[in-house]
Design a protein around this ligand. Structure first.
Ligand code: GLU
Length: 500
């Protein structure tokens, strides 16, 4: 079987982590089996259409490194990839179902249906358009053929509904979901869903099934919120006489407190990003918050899927080679922002240093620092392992490029003793006279001076760090000295002696 999967978002806004993970599982499954990963934009609902959303989705998938093989911008053989460009086909298919008796035209007006709904509610029930009442409602099954012809001729608006169940049918529909296992649904409980709306636009259900068939989708991997639609979709495949794809409904991503589905608004509420990229100025994404796509991908992949074994850190390629639908968990996964950060940290430490250097170069440019003699590569070598997010970079690196103008008051008060200026003057000499500015050379020189003068190293290190960095932070002092170079060290120590 050739493997073809699709991610089918509706362009109603930015893609959130739930959607990202669905896309990721589709991508991993396709890569694992040498299949095709398709992006299909389900944009038939004009009321919910949001300008820019499709572009956002494409950019987000590109940033994550899980770009589709076929999409609106990368057409293949299965196109077009926007449902708005496939409109004619849907109506034709719905008409086929009308012809073969699986669907019918319904002329009931919105007001009539509203009255029926209210009436049912007053009696403590719920109005459902289905096999029990379709015979007495206004549709092509209940009306005479002539009457129907007249209504059509008079351009009376109608919808096309699917006949989900008919009296006397065996209503027990057995289906299999790759993740949930066997699912049995009593189809007599289903309503007659609308396939084509009054404006001639297809409903989600019709367009989705028709497209999955025409695009030869082998596996439908999607969010669990679509599990209740599975029975209708299977019935539609049967009605068309088509082969049903394999379904896999992926469990939800839950809020950090485990109470309900993670929503788009939870980012604000819990203070972490939920979108891959910035959507607008008020909604930064994981990228802007300093995450690497590799970290986010690794975290999301394991949130609901378990490859077994102890190892947790995987590249996208490794994930693809291990992925299987069978190992997706049934239970929802709680989004844990701290764990997500941890994955990012691990990937950031492993990342190619040139990536961090480029980020640092960009920061220096933004800050207008262009006359530095300090090498960004040297700085990155020292700080990369201290980062959790890429946005930590400036905080870990600024002092290599900006000499302290003030000193951490509390630290200076504690560490700066009467004899400190004298000791630091001597250290300044050690540095100045060292044969070179390598960290090991400076370290050896300073240690030698300390032992010769019977001064504990501890008395030197903290004030030296304050003089160089302005605070008690940063990597090893000798390493900092080495990167700053002799003359900058001397300048900073002299300034500190002068100012503190
Ligand atoms: N357009 C649907 C959504 O936004 C697609 C569901 C499916 O994958 O079938 O989630």
């Amino acid at each position: 079987m050739s493997i073809r999967v699709r991610f089918a978002p509706s362009p109603t806004g930015p893609l959130h982590v739930g959607g990202v993970r669905t896309a990721l599982y589709n991508y991993l499954f396709a890569k694992k089996h040498g299949g095709v990963f398709i992006l299909r934009v389900e944009d038939t609902d004009q009321n919910r259409f949001v300008e820019g959303a499709e572009n956002y989705i494409t950019k987000a998938l590109d940033w994550l490194g899980i770009s589709p093989d076929e999409s609106p911008t990368m057409p293949g053989t299965g196109g077009p990839y926007r449902q708005s460009e496939r409109k004619e086909g849907y109506l034709k298919h719905a008409e086929l179902l009308v012809k073969n008796g699986c669907a019918y035209l319904a002329f009931d007006t919105a007001d009539e249906l509203k009255d029926l709904r209210e009436e049912a509610e007053q009696q403590g029930g719920r109005f459902v358009y289905n096999w029990e009442n379709r015979g007495v409602l206004k549709n092509s099954l209940s009306l005479e053929a002539e009457e129907v012809a007249t209504l059509i001729k008079n351009k009376t608006p109608y919808v096309i509904r699917f006949k989900s169940y008919s009296r006397g049918d065996d209503g027990s529909l057995s289906m299999t979901d790759k993740i949930r296992g066997d699912v049995v649904v009593d189809t007599s409980l289903l309503d007659d869903k609308i396939l084509v709306k009054q404006d001639g636009m297809p409903s989600y259900h019709l367009a989705n099934v028709v497209d999955d068939h025409l695009m030869e989708i082998s596996h439908v991997i999607r969010g669990e919120e679509w599990l209740p639609s599975m029975a209708l979709h299977v019935l539609l495949y049967k009605a068309f006489g088509w082969k049903t794809p394999i379904f896999a409904h992926v469990p939800l991503i839950l809020k950090p407190n485990g109470k309900g589905k993670l929503s788009k608004r939870d980012g604000d509420k819990f203070g972490f990003p939920v979108f891959p990229l910035e959507w607008d100025k008020e909604t930064p994404g994981f990228k802007e918050a300093g995450y690497l796509p590799e970290g986010l991908i690794n975290y999301l992949a394991l949130l609901g899927w378990n490859p077994g074994g102890e190892e947790e850190l995987f590249s996208l390629k490794e994930l693809a080679s291990l992925f299987s639908l069978e190992d997706i968990t049934k239970a929802g996964g709680r989004f844990d922002p701290e764990r997500c950060k941890w994955f990012n940290q691990q990937h950031l430490h492993k990342a190619d240093s040139t990536l961090v250097e480029a980020a640092l170069d960009q920061l220096l440019q933004q800050k207008g620092i262009d006359n530095t003699s300090v090498s960004t590569a040297d700085v990155v070598r020292l700080v990369q392992d201290r980062l959790t997010l890429l946005t930590d970079l400036w905080d870990e690196a600024y002092f290599f490029f900006v000499a302290p103008v003030k000193y951490d008051e509390k630290a200076a008060r504690r560490q700066w003793k009467e004899e400190t200026p004298q000791i630091l003057s001597a250290i300044m000499n050690c540095i100045e006279n060292a044969p070179d500015a390598k960290a090991e050379t400076l370290s050896a020189g300073i240690k030698l001076w300390a032992s010769e003068n019977n001064i504990k190293l501890g008395v030197i290190m903290a004030p030296l760090r304050i003089a160089l960095v302005g605070a008690l932070k940063g990597p090893s002092v000798f390493a900092v000295c080495g990167v700053l170079g002799k003359s900058e060290c001397v300048r900073r120590i002299a300034a500190a002696i002068d100012k503190i």
